[in-house]
Design a protein around this ligand. Structure first.
Ligand SMILES: NC(=O)c1ccc[n+]([C@@H]2O[C@H](COP(=O)([O-])OP(=O)(O)OC[C@H]3O[C@@H](n4cnc5c(N)ncnc54)[C@H](OP(=O)(O)O)[C@@H]3O)[C@@H](O)[C@H]2O)c1
Length: 240
């Protein structure tokens, strides 16, 4: 039977490229984001069967209903990728930016994870993939809510992986932690290095999916930065 996947946040950047590569790998796809025109542009050239849904995960009640309806329509979904995310440089702590980050990356993530979890539990297994970030590892001075939201995502997924293990649920949970990727989110940002293209990032994410990794750094060399970030004492880290 053909495998089915849903990518939430499929209209640009990493999610768009991952959707393209999943289609090439033989998946049928559910595609979700807020920008209908971008989703249609993506879905049209993809040769596989697609279900396109406009949805805003920051409205968590609507997201729960929308994802539930999509899962029912697709009937049996093997893989759900929670990629939707926003981030703002916000040293001045403008509340509208912090609020949007929390609503999308925290509330939206947990709401969608719960719906996917129920689906996988009912069908006897599945694969939940969350796009976190290297930023999950420490507090971030340029985007405090973004780093905290990614810490939430990584921690939440570790909790879900433990539930799956303890209850023998046959649900794989993969925490993807990208470094810098050249997308709309990072365009114009200063101080970036080891910048991956969305194509390279997506191919490494696909490999992590195939190999059912618990945690994967994208690109892989970011595991070195992760080790350094964990080790750096605050009195040095606070200067970065
Ligand atoms: N680029 C990087 O360097 C980097 C590094 C680490 C982690 N990440 C993570 O990677 C993920 C993808 O980001 P990207 O870099 O590819 O940026 P991007 O091109 O801006 O893509 C973000 C995606 O999320 C969707 N999205 C945002 N808010 C949404 C909402 N409320 N409801 C539904 N969909 C929403 C966007 O679609 P619409 O706008 O059409 O809704 C878009 O498809 C994010 O979670 C980001 O935090 C990126």
């Amino acid at each position: 039977m053909t495998k089915r996947a849903i990518v939430i946040g499929a209209s640009s950047g990493i999610g768009l490229e991952l959707a393209r590569q999943l289609a090439k790998a033989g998946y049928e796809l559910g595609l979700v984001a807020r920008r209908a025109d971008r989703l249609d542009e993506l879905a049209f050239p993809i040769s596989c069967r697609t279900w396109v849904r406009v949805g805003d995960v920051s409205r968590s009640d609507e997201a729960i209903a929308g994802l539930g309806a999509l899962l029912r329509e697709m009937e049996s979904v093997d893989l759900v990728v929670l990629n939707a995310g926003v981030g703002f440089n916000n040293r001045k702590l403008k509340w509208e930016h912090e609020k949007a980050t929390i609503a999308t990356n925290v509330e939206g993530f947990a709401a969608c994870a719960g719906v996917a979890w129920a689906h996988f539990t009912e069908r006897g297994g599945g694969h939940l993939v969350g796009i976190s970030s290297i930023a999950a590892l420490r507090g971030g001075s340029s985007a405090p809510a973004y780093a905290a939201s990614k810490a939430f995502i990584s921690s939440y997924m570790e909790g879900l992986a433990s539930i799956s293990y303890q209850r023998k649920l046959n649900i794989t949970v993969t925490d993807i932690r990208p470094g810098f990727v050249d997308t709309d989110m990072t365009r114009g940002q200063k101080g970036m290095f080891w910048i991956a293209t969305p194509e390279v990032a997506a191919s490494q994410i696909l490999r992590a999916i195939r190999t059912r990794r618990r945690v994967a750094y994208v690109t892989r060399r970011w595991a070195l930065v992760a080790a350094l970030m964990r080790w750096l004492p605050h009195w040095i880290y606070r200067k970065i």
